[in-house]
Ligand binder design. Structure first.
Ligand code: NAD
Ligand code: IPM
Ligand code: MN
Length: 350
């Protein structure tokens, strides 16, 4: 079977709308029938259908695909469930099962969206292009958890091996960019962060051309808002990366713009960084761009379709240049387009 296969996991909330948009754009850019898109269940919908937020069939489908595109999971409806049945647990298990320890989140500000950023123009500067490298299969997300009556705990642990491999990914990224790394931790308080910092320093010895800087997460959050231009590559742990990337995303105009690629040794997973946005689900107003760009990253990195992916990136730029936006991106007087309508525009510009 030589046909390329992409697993599509829409998930919950706006997940279906945004993955539908991405698949439409990908099909159009690739040319009909070269790829099969096969859907699988994950998250709340999977729990409703099977009692498990990550059914075995979905894992099998993912492992037998060349790339995976995921929408988002979660919603109030499932918030009362025990931890391991929650939609979010399904996503975490998928990341773990696939071994995708490295989560790349590029935060780039499009020229056309400078006005949509909550930051003043002189703070944005002339360029904002940050690559956040987030560790994805370790740390506090996956440590031992315990709940005994009125006391609960989540253990945050990292092994040197885990830090080394994510640091190497970050240094390789930096070598292809502006050769500057900021490692973010809380080494003034946390043991795991102290190990993190030491290990990053050790890996740095193999990359003498790269300038390394360490920031504590609290200061880093502030720096992101007062001087984001200082960042080239950021490398950080699972939870700090989760938080800092939401801050970085909104600087670029909207969380609805930021894609991500999660990689390890096997198949890679691509998803927007935002959630299932239950507040705007099924209203045809969600911004599909983060998911469409994630789809283009999938084509570029997992299907070897560089040119086709480039066409998608360019089409998005053209749509923004032409002034089309979804309602999450504040426009002065413009009429926002719906999810399906902006998808159609992207297809027209391909
Ligand atoms: P969220 O990212 O879903 O939404 C935060 C805010 O951003 C909301 O106001 C939402 O309307 C807006 N927003 C998000 N994506 C948007 C888009 N594409 N277009 C326009 N507006 C958008 O975060 P939340 O509200 O904290 O979480 C909602 C649910 O999503 C929770 O169940 C959470 O666990 C889950 N979640 C899932 C993922 C994931 O699947 N990867 C990521 C984050 C949160
Ligand atoms: C993300 C999300 C997830 C995370 C949740 C839903 C488990 O916030 O992908 O950023 O924290 O990793
Ligand atoms: Mn998040």
């Amino acid at each position: 079977n030589k046909k390329l296969r992409v697993a599509v996991l829409p998930g919950d909330g706006i997940g279906r709308e945004i993955t539908e948009s991405a698949v439409r754009v990908m099909r159009e850019a690739i040319g009909k029938d070269k790829i099969e898109f096969i859907e699988g269940d994950i998250g709340g919908i999977a729990y409703d259908n099977t009692g498990d937020p990550l059914p075995k069939e979905t894992v099998d489908l993912c492992k037998n695909s060349h790339g995976i595109l995921l929408g988002a999971v979660g919603g109030d409806k499932w918030d009362h469930l025990p931890g391991d049945k929650r939609p979010e647990a399904g996503l975490l298990r998928l990341r773990k099962e696939l071994g995708v320890y490295s989560n790349l989140r590029p935060a780039v500000i499009y020229t056309e969206l400078r006005e949509a950023s909550p930051l003043k123009p002189h703070i944005i500067g002339d360029k904002l292009d940050i690559m956040i490298v987030r560790e994805l299969t370790g740390g506090i997300y996956f440590g031992e958890k315990e709940r005994i009556e009125e006391r609960a705990s989540d253990k945050m642990a990292y092994s040197k091996y885990e830090v080394e491999r994510i640091a190497r990914i970050a240094f390789e990224q930096a070598m292809g960019r502006r050769k500057r790394i900021t490692s973010i931790d809380k080494a003034n308080v946390l043991f795991s962060s102290k190990l993190w910092r030491e290990t990053v320093e050790e890996v740095a010895k193999s990359y003498p051309e790269v300038e390394v800087n360490h920031l504590y997460i609290d200061n880093a959050a502030m720096q992101m808002v007062i001087d984001p231009g200082q960042f080239d590559v950021i490398v950080t742990s699972n939870m700090f990366g989760d938080i800092i990337s939401d801050i970085a995303s909104v600087i670029t105009g909207s969380i609805g713009m930021l894609p991500s690629a999660s990689m390890g040794d096997g198949v890679s997973l691509y998803e927007p960084i935002h959630g299932s946005a239950p507040d705007i689900a099924d209203k045809n107003i969600a911004n599909p761009m983060a998911t469409i760009i994630s789809g283009a990253m999938l084509m570029e990195n997992s299907l070897n379709m560089m040119e086709e992916a480039q066409r998608i990136y360019r089409a998005i730029e053209k749509v923004l240049e032409a002034g089309y936006r979804t309602s999450d991106i504040s426009t002065k007087g413009g009429v926002p387009l719906g999810t399906r309508e902006i998808t159609q525009k992207i297809i027209e510009y391909l």
